[in-house]
Design a protein. Structure first.
Lengths: 164, 306
C-alpha cells in the first residue's frame, strides 16, 4: 500500500516550481523554458489525485496570470485542461516506465502550449518566435527528473516505516 | 468515458463536469479582463504578495551585476565618460534654447489660458525586468502607487517615449511599450505638423502609422513627436522615425512603418511623467441634439447624389 505524500513535500514542490517560474526569464530562454508549475501540477495530479486536481490548477493559474502579466484566466484555462487530460490518462500513465510517461506528458504539454498560443493569436498578437515549439519538449525531458526527485523522499519514508 | 474514474467511491462532480465548470469560469474571467478591464483589483492584490518574492529572486542577479560593474574595465568607462560629456554639451545647448521657448510659451499661456501640456515633472524609475510573457511587450518598473504613480502616465527615456503605465501595483508598475499591439500614441510630423496615430505593431522595433492617405506628405526619415492632443502624453516628445512609406494607389491608405526612437533594451532607467491630468481639456462645444439625428446631417442621402 502506497503512503500519501507528506504535505510538506507537496507544498514545497509547488513553492519551488513557482519560484523557478518567477525567475527573470527573457528572450529565447523565456520561450524555451517550460512551465514548471504546470509540470508539478501534472505530477501530483497523477500521484495524488485526491489532493491535487483541477481546482488547485485553476487557482495557481490565476496567480501565474498576474505574475506573467498575461490575460487573466489564460493560465487557469490551460492548467485545468491539462490536468483534465492527465486525469483521463492517469491509470495508463501509472503503468508505464518513465520515458513512456514523458511521451504522454509531452503530448499534453504540446496541447497546453497550443491553447496558449491560439488564445494569444485570437487577441491579435503575433507568435514571438519558433523557439516556443521546444518548450513542451524541454518539459517532457524534465518529467523523469521531477518524478525521480519527488519520489526519493517518499521512498525513504516508506522503507523507514516498514522497518520501524 | 470511464477511464478517468479513479475509484468506485469517488465523491463530487466528475472530472468532465469539473473541466466544463472551470473552463467556463476561466473564459468568463478572460472576457471580464479583456473587454471590461474589470479585474484590476485582483491583479493589485496578487501583485502585492508577489513583489517581495520577486525582489528576493532578483537579488543574486543584482549582486553579480554589481560585482561585474566593480571590475569593469578602464577603457569602457573612459569611452562612456567621453560620450556622456559630449551628450551633456549637446543637451545644454538644447536646454538653453528650450528655456527661451518655455519663457515665450509662458507668456503666451498667460495671454490666453492655453492648457499646460508641457510635462516637466517626473519620477525616475528603474526597469526591473521584462514581463515573463513572450507574447506581450511590457516591462516592470520598481515604482508603484506608493510613489504616486497611476495608470495612464507616459514613460520616457533619454531619447523619447517608451510607453505608458497600464497596471500599477503598490511597489511596482507595468509599462506597455509603444510597440505592443494596438498601443497607440497621437503624433505629428515634426517637419510639417501632419497629425497621425502611431500604433504598435506587436513586433519588436516597429510602429505602424495607419490611416495616412496615399497622397499625404510623409516620407522616410520624418521625425514623429507626440502632438499632445490626447491629454495623456505631453506634446513634443519624440516617438518614432518614419522608415518606410509604401504608396500603393490600389489602396486608400499608404502603408507607413516607423522605428521607435526609444529602446528598452539598452536603458535601465526611465522617467515617468507625473504631469497633472488635464481635467478641463477643451472639447468642441457642438451639441449633437439640434433636432436631427447626427447621421442625417453628415451623410447626404443617396438619391440626392444621383
Amino acid at each position: 500500500m502506497r503512503l500519501p505524500a507528506p504535505f510538506g513535500l507537496l507544498a514545497g514542490s509547488f513553492v519551488f516550481a513557482f519560484l523557478l517560474n518567477l525567475l527573470p526569464w527573457s528572450g529565447v530562454a523565456l520561450q524555451i523554458s517550460p512551465d514548471f508549475v504546470l509540470l508539478i501540477l501534472l505530477y501530483w495530479a497523477v500521484q495524488e489525485p485526491r489532493s491535487v486536481g483541477q481546482g488547485l490548477g485553476f487557482i495557481l493559474g490565476l496567480v501565474m496570470d498576474v505574475a506573467d502579466s498575461a490575460l487573466l484566466g489564460q493560465h487557469a484555462l490551460i492548467y485545468v485542461v491539462a490536468i483534465f487530460l492527465v486525469q483521463l490518462l492517469r491509470v495508463r500513465v501509472l503503468q508505464l516506465n518513465l520515458p513512456a510517461q514523458a511521451l504522454h506528458i509531452g503530448a499534453i504539454l504540446i496541447l497546453a502550449q497550443a491553447i496558449g498560443v491560439s488564445l494569444n493569436l485570437s487577441l491579435g498578437r503575433e507568435i514571438p518566435g519558433t523557439w516556443m515549439a521546444i518548450a513542451p519538449v524541454v518539459g517532457a525531458l524534465l518529467w523523469p527528473v521531477i518524478s525521480l526527485v519527488l519520489a526519493l523522499p517518499r521512498l525513504r519514508n516508506r522503507s523507514a516505516r516498514t522497518i520501524g | 468515458m470511464s477511464a478517468y474514474q479513479e475509484n468506485f467511491f469517488s465523491r463530487g462532480p466528475s472530472a468532465l463536469a469539473r473541466l466544463t465548470f472551470f473552463s467556463l469560469v476561466a473564459i468568463a474571467i478572460m472576457i471580464a479582463d479583456h473587454r471590461f478591464q474589470a479585474l484590476a483589483f485582483v491583479r493589485l492584490g496578487v501583485s502585492v504578495v508577489l513583489t517581495p518574492i520577486e525582489q528576493l529572486l532578483m537579488l543574486p542577479g543584482k549582486l553579480v551585476q554589481r560585482a561585474s560593474l566593480h571590475f569593469a574595465d578602464q577603457n569602457r568607462l573612459v569611452a562612456e565618460n567621453t560620450a556622456l560629456k559630449a551628450q551633456v554639451l549637446e543637451l545644454s545647448a538644447g536646454h538653453q534654447q528650450a528655456q527661451l521657448i518655455r519663457a515665450e510659451r509662458k507668456y503666451f499661456e498667460s495671454l490666453g489660458d492655453a492648457n499646460k501640456r508641457l510635462g516637466d515633472r517626473g519620477l525616475v524609475a528603474e526597469i526591473i525586468r521584462d514581463a515573463r510573457n513572450p507574447f506581450v511587450r511590457k516591462v516592470i518598473l520598481d515604482k508603484g502607487s506608493s510613489h504616486g504613480l497611476r495608470p495612464g502616465l507616459a514613460v520616457i527615456d533619454g531619447n523619447g517615449v517608451i510607453g505608458q503605465l497600464t497596471a500599477v501595483g503598490v511597489l511596482t508598475s507595468e509599462v506597455t511599450l509603444s510597440t505592443e499591439k494596438d498601443q497607440s500614441i497621437p503624433v505629428m510630423g515634426l517637419r510639417n505638423g501632419l497629425r497621425a496615430i502611431a500604433v504598435g505593431s506587436g513586433r519588436d522595433g516597429t510602429i505602424d502609422i495607419p490611416f495616412i492617405p496615399v497622397g499625404a506628405d510623409i516620407q522616410a526619415g520624418d521625425a514623429l513627436v507626440t502632438s499632445g492632443i490626447d491629454g495623456t502624453y505631453p506634446a513634443g516628445l519624440s516617438v518614432a522615425t518614419v522608415m518606410n512609406v509604401d504608396r500603393n494607389p490600389a489602396f486608400q491608405f499608404a502603408k507607413v512603418s516607423a522605428k521607435p526612437v526609444a529602446g528598452t533594451d539598452q536603458q535601465r532607467f526611465v522617467k515617468v511623467l507625473t504631469h497633472e491630468e488635464l481635467k478641463d481639456y477643451p472639447r468642441p462645444d457642438v451639441k449633437p441634439d439640434d433636432g436631427k439625428p447626427v447621421r442625417e446631417r453628415v451623410v447626404p442621402k443617396r438619391r440626392e447624389i444621383r
